[in-house]
Design a protein around this ligand. Sequence first.
Ligand code: PLP
Length: 380
Amino acid sequence: MKFSTKAVHAGQSPDPSTGAVMTPVFLTSTYVQEGLGKNKGYEYSRVSNPTRTALEKNIAALENADEGMAFASGMAAEDAIFRLLNPGDHVIVTNDVYGGTYRIGKLVLENYGLQFDFVDTTVIDNIVKAYRPNTKMIFVETPTNPTMKITDLKAIAKFAKERKILSVVDNTFATPYLQRPLDIGIDVVIHSVTKYLNGHSDMLGGFVGTSNKKVIERLRFLQKATGGIMSPFDAWLCLRGTKTLAVRMRQHCESAMQIAEWLDAQKKVLKVNYPGLKHHPQHELAGKQMSGFGGMISFELGSLANAKKFLKAVRICALAESLGGVETLISHPATMTHASVPKADRIKNGVTDGLVRISVGIEDVEDIIDDLKQALAKIS
Ligand SMILES: Cc1ncc(COP(=O)(O)O)c(C=O)c1O
C-alpha cells in the first residue's frame, strides 16, 4: 500500500458489531473477561485500548515500523525512550533540539544518573569526539527546532550500528510523509503527535515506533508501569488527523517555499533558515533524505525589540507555542520554546533574541505573506 492509502486505512477496519466505518472512541477503563486469563485481547486501558491500538498501528504503518506506542505527549514518549537506559549511561543529543528535550535531559534525568552531551550533529566528527565507552544512545532531531539544521541520518545509523548503540530520531518536523528514518537504518523514531500528525492543534500526544523487538518489549512494559498513555479520545482525534497528513503536508511545503523565498528577498530580514533554499548549508542533504522541505521556517530580525514589534503586529499568524496545525502559528523561540536553554548555549546554537519561527499553515499563501508584509513594515 502507498502512503496516502495507509494514512486513511492502516490500523482501522469497520466496527464488527455495528459496521461503523470510523473507529469508535472506546471510552472504557476495563474489559469483561470470559474467565480467568480469557479475554478478547484487552484487559485494562492503561495497558491497551482499541482506539489507541488503531492509532498506534496507523502511525507505525506510516513510519514502516513493526510496532508503535502512543503516549500522552511528545515529552512522555521521550521520557519512555530515555528510561530504556540505566544510571551511568551517556546520551549524545543534537544541540539545537526542542527546548523540552534539553530540559528533560539536563534538568530532570541527569539527577537520576544519566549523562547528556549536546553536540552539533550536522558534523559527524563532533559525534565521534563526543562518544564515550558508556555512550548507549544517540538522539537526533532533523530538521532541528528552530534553526532547521539537517543531520545526515545514514551517517548516524552507521555510527550507531558500528558501536552497537541505539539511534533515535525525533521526526516531528518532517513527519513520515517527508522522511522515514527507520528505512534509512535508524532504530527508533519518535514524534510529538501534537504537531503535524494530528494537525489541528486540538490534542497532545506522543509516539514511538520501532522494529527492534527488545525495545518494543521494554517500551510496552514501561508504558504499563509508568502510565503515560494517550487517552482514547485523543487517539480518535489524531486518527482523523493522520488521514489527511499527505494533503496537508503537500500544502505546508508549497506555501512554506513561497514564504521562505519572499522573506529571503526582504531587506529587514537578515537571515532565513529553510532547507528548501539553495543557500541553506544542508540543502542538498535535505533533498536527498527528505521528499520535501516541510512547513517550518525561522528568520532573523536582528534584535529582541524588532521581534517584539513584529510579533505584536501580526494578524492572521497567531502568536503561540506549538506548530504543525492547519493554522499559521508564529513564535519567539528564545522566550517561548527554548527558554529552558542557558542563554550562552542558545545563542551559540543560533537561537538569538531576534529569531522568529513560523509554522506555515494551509491558509491562502497570499494572505499569510500580506500579514507578514504589514508586520515587517512596523519595524525599523
Ligand atoms: C521537535 C519536538 N519534539 C518534541 C516535542 C514535545 O512534544 P509535546 O509538546 O507533545 O510534549 C516538541 C514540542 O514542541 C517538539 O517541537
